[in-house]
Ligand binder design. Structure first.
Ligand SMILES: [Zn+2]
Length: 394
């Protein structure tokens, strides 16, 4: 005999093999009891969300904010007429709202359809297209929020040059890029932090942190601008956001399927530590090289600066490595070297960049006059002063 309170269902959970399984759910007076795959669980009616979703609203999507690890759906729409559901006033309210929500938000319906049909196909074929598409749906404000949180974390530890001073010093170098950054979804902001490693990184939302070591190791404005162009391109192409979405993968897809963007918001909100430690795939690095140098060329900044800077840093890191005889120590040192560890196959990238640039007609490159030596001098003073301050404190 079939149990009128029992329904077949599907669920997503991290501990299920492959992340999903089929199962059964049973409605009782206190809530929803389910067994999906080998895992059993329970949602009390209070707080449970039920809404229609999927193509033509054929599915009933069930989740509970206190159990975000679960996303469950059933194709048995008769569940909505079950007396236990009807008896619970909060559930009835949800249902009415859910229906309204589903009608209003056709975009989310399209999204759900895409995820049901497109994601599995896309994942099998090329996951980067899916994450690229998903990243484009992220509102710029969310990216800005995630980037700002990451920046706040760096600010806790890092010594930043006073904003007014760094803005004034960087202005003549960044002015040619203004035309480019004005078109951007973000309001670009640049910071200088006291850190001897020759590096810079850009966070989602357009926050660029330049290490003092990058400015001090560079010999020309074009070298710093080459690195900045590359980093700006990472953000404009949403490489960090795509990484995050790729990592969240199936669970994020499942929650978007439920017409629920809170998962994506949560991923971005918790992304700060991820943003600071992430590295990019070779494809993203090549894309950042290409997009970044095209941007520089449009601004009449010689993009070869990035190449000469890479070559210089690589030669320096190689020299340092040669001095270390112990193999383990050498591996450890390699890991600590940002350019070799986070910029894979740099030699190939240098060759690619040179080839690309040799194909382009070179405009009359911009001159920067005293702007770079002035910046370098001020950074030197900033670093020396903060060292003295530290000595004074101890
Ligand atoms: Zn990069």
């Amino acid at each position: 005999m079939t149990d009128p309170n029992q329904y077949s269902c599907h669920g997503f959970h991290a501990d299920l093999p492959g992340g999903k399984a089929t199962g059964v759910l049973r409605l009782e007076a206190d809530g929803i009891h389910f067994t999906i795959g080998a895992i059993s669980g329970y949602f009390p009616f209070a707080g449970t969300h039920m809404q229609l979703g999927g193509a033509s609203d054929r599915l009933v999507l069930i989740n509970h904010p206190q159990h975000p690890e679960w996303s469950i759906y059933t194709s048995e729409r008769s569940i909505l007429r079950n007396p236990h559901v009807q008896a619970h006033p909060q559930m009835a309210g949800h249902l009415a709202r859910a229906k309204q929500h589903a009608r209003k938000n056709w975009l989310i319906a399209c999204l759900a359809f895409f995820l049901v049909v497109g994601v599995p196909a896309g994942l099998l074929w090329r996951s980067d297209i899916v994450t690229g598409w998903a990243a484009q749906q992220v509102p710029p404000e969310w990216e800005t929020k995630a980037g700002r949180q990451a920046l706040d974390q760096i600010r806790i530890k890092g010594e930043f040059m006073p904003q007014k001073e760094s803005d004034a010093l960087l202005a003549p170098l960044l002015a040619p890029l203004q035309e480019e950054t004005r078109k951007s979804r973000f309001k670009w902001q640049f910071y200088i932090v006291n850190d001897p490693t020759p590096n810079a990184y850009a966070l989602p939302g357009g926050f660029v942190v330049i290490h003092s070591g990058l400015i001090l190791k560079a010999d020309q404005a074009e070298e710093v601008l080459g690195v900045l162009g590359h980093e700006i391109a990472h953000v404009e192409q949403q490489h960090g956001v795509q990484n995050m979405i790729g990592n969240a993968g199936l669970y994020l897809g499942a929650s978007l399927l439920f017409g629920d963007a809170t998962g994506l918001v949560a991923v971005l909100a918790n992304a700060a530590p991820l943003l600071l430690s992430q590295s990019y795939s070779r494809r993203f690095e090549e894309e950042a090289d290409e997009v970044g140098s095209a941007m520089l060329v449009r601004a009449r900044i010689n993009p070869m600066g990035l190449v000469t800077f890479f070559e210089k840093i690589m030669a320096e890191e190689k020299k340092q490595l040669e001095k270390v005889e112990d193999e383990h120590a050498r591996e450890a040192l390699k890991l600590s070297m940002r350019f070799l560890s986070t910029h894979p196959s740099t030699e190939k990238r240098i060759a690619d960049m040179k080839q690309r640039l040799s194909r382009q007609p070179a405009p009359a490159w911009r001159e920067f006059g005293d702007a770079f030596p002035t910046l370098k001098q001020s950074v030197q003073t900033f670093v020396a002063n903060s060292k003295q301050e530290k000595k004074g404190k101890t």
